[in-house]
Ligand binder design. Structure first.
Ligand SMILES: Cc1cc2nc3c(=O)[nH]c(=O)nc-3n(C[C@H](O)[C@H](O)[C@H](O)COP(=O)(O)O)c2cc1C
Length: 345
C-alpha cells in the first residue's frame, strides 16, 4: 500500500481517538428542536417497535454504525468489535474506505467482518473521488466482494481532500461516474458526506443519478478540518484548516434539505448524533435512520461490550423519547406533530 496513505490513516485514527475533533461553535442544530411532552402518551413503553427494513434486511433499531476504519493493523479489532456489536444488537454497519485494501490485498483482512456478523446489513466504502483517479466499477465490485457487503457507500469529501497535502482534489464530472456505478452494480449504492452535510441541490442530483440512499453526515460532530489541523506540519496548513472549523451544513438543516431534494430516498442522518433523543429528532425531521461514528470508536478499541453498551443507551433514549410523545413505531415518529423549533419561553 501507498505508505503516505497508511501513515495518514494512522494519524487520523490517533487524532479521533485521543484528541477532540469536534469544535465549540459548530452545532448539529438538533438542540434548537424540542418535543412537546405528552403526559398521556396512551401507549405501553414495552411495546414500542423500533424495527425498520432497509434494502431487504430488518434492523432492530434505525441505527447504522458509520464507516470509519480499515487498512491499518489497528483497524482489524475495531471493525470486528463494531461488527460483533451490530450483529448482537441487530444494526447496520459500514467499514472505512477500502482504498488501502484494494491497492494492497494483504490489508483486506482489516475490513473483513462477515464471519462474526453473518446477518448484518453491511456496507462497503470508497471515496467517490477515486472514480477520477483510476477507479471504476471494477474497484467498486472488489470492495463489495472483499467484505461480502450488501451495498456500497461512496463518500464525498471535497473539504477534507482540499485540506490534505496529499489530497485528491479533482472532483470534476464525478456525478456521471457515480451514475455509471449505480447503473452497473446490482446492489444499492448510497452516497454520504463525512461531516459537511448534503445540500438540497446535491441530493437532487444524486437522486437523478440513481443512488439508493443518502447519508447527510452533516456538521456538528466529527470535523475533518480539525483532524487535518492536528495533522498540520506548518503554520500555513494549520491556519487554512482552522479557517474551515465552522464550515458545513448543520445536521438538522441538512436532513431537511436532503429530504426536499430526495423525497423518496432512504435518508440517513449522521454527523454529531450522540443520543437517542438526537435520533428521535432526526427522524421527526425527515430521516429514516441515523448513523453514529466517533462515539463508538474508543469503545470499539476496547471491547464489543463497550460498543453494545453505548448503542443500547442510544436505543433506550430513542424509545423513551418516542414513549413521551406517544409514538409507537418509526412511522408515527416520522409523522409526529410534536416537534417544535420555536422558543419554549
Ligand atoms: C476515525 C474516523 C474515520 C472515518 N473514515 C471514514 C471513511 O473511511 N469513509 C467515510 O465515508 N466516512 C468516514 N468517517 C466519517 C464518518 O463515517 C461520519 O460521517 C462522521 O464521522 C460524522 O459522524 P460522527 O459525528 O458520529 O463522528 C470517519 C470518521 C471517523 C471518526
Amino acid at each position: 500500500m501507498n505508505k503516505a496513505n497508511s501513515q495518514r490513516k494512522k494519524e487520523q485514527l490517533h487524532i479521533t481517538l485521543n484528541r477532540a475533533a469536534e469544535v465549540e461553535g459548530v452545532a448539529t442544530g438538533l438542540d434548537n428542536y424540542w418535543f412537546v411532552h405528552q403526559a398521556l402518551p396512551e401507549i405501553d413503553l414495552a411495546s414500542i417497535d423500533l424495527s425498520i427494513s432497509i434494502f431487504g434486511k430488518t434492523l432492530s433499531a434505525p441505527l447504522l454504525i458509520s464507516s470509519m476504519v480499515g487498512g491499518i493493523e489497528a483497524a482489524t479489532d475495531i471493525n470486528r468489535n463494531l461488527a460483533r456489536a451490530a450483529q448482537a444488537v441487530g444494526l447496520a454497519m459500514g467499514v472505512g474506505s477500502q482504498r488501502c485494501g484494494i491497492d494492497d490485498p494483504g490489508l483486506a483482512s482489516t475490513y473483513q467482518v462477515r464471519d462474526v456478523a453473518p446477518d448484518i446489513l453491511l456496507f462497503a466504502n470508497l471515496g467517490a473521488v477515486q472514480l477520477n483517479y483510476g477507479y471504476s466499477v471494477v474497484e467498486c465490485r472488489q470492495a463489495l466482494e472483499m467484505i461480502d457487503a450488501d451495498g456500497l457507500i461512496l463518500h464525498l469529501n471535497p473539504l477534507q481532500e482540499a485540506l490534505q497535502n496529499e489530497g485528491n482534489t479533482d472532483f470534476s464530472e464525478l456525478l456521471s461516474k457515480i451514475e455509471k456505478v449505480c447503473h452497473e452494480l446490482t446492489v444499492p449504492v448510497m452516497v454520504k458526506e463525512v461531516g459537511c452535510g448534503i445540500s438540497e441541490a446535491v441530493a437532487r442530483k444524486l437522486t437523478e443519478a440513481g443512488v439508493a440512499g443518502i447519508d447527510v453526515a452533516g456538521a456538528g460532530g466529527t470535523i475533518w478540518s480539525e483532524v487535518e489541523r492536528h495533522r498540520a506540519r506548518t503554520d500555513r496548513e494549520n491556519n487554512i484548516a482552522a479557517t474551515f472549523a465552522s464550515w458545513g451544513i448543520p445536521t438538522a438543516d441538512s436532513i431537511q434539505m436532503a429530504r426536499r431534494g430526495a423525497p423518496e430516498l432512504l435518508l440517513i442522518a449522521s454527523g454529531g448524533i450522540r443520543t437517542g433523543l438526537d435520533v428521535a429528532k432526526a427522524i421527526a425531521l425527515g430521516a429514516d435512520a441515523a448513523g453514529i461514528a466517533a462515539p463508538l470508536l474508543k469503545g470499539a478499541s476496547i471491547s464489543v461490550e463497550e460498543v453494545i453498551a453505548t448503542l443500547q443507551e442510544v436505543i433506550e433514549g430513542l424509545k423513551i423519547s418516542m414513549f413521551c410523545i406517544g409514538a409507537s413505531n418509526l412511522i408515527e415518529l416520522k409523522g409526529s406533530p410534536y416537534l417544535r423549533k420555536e422558543s419554549r419561553d
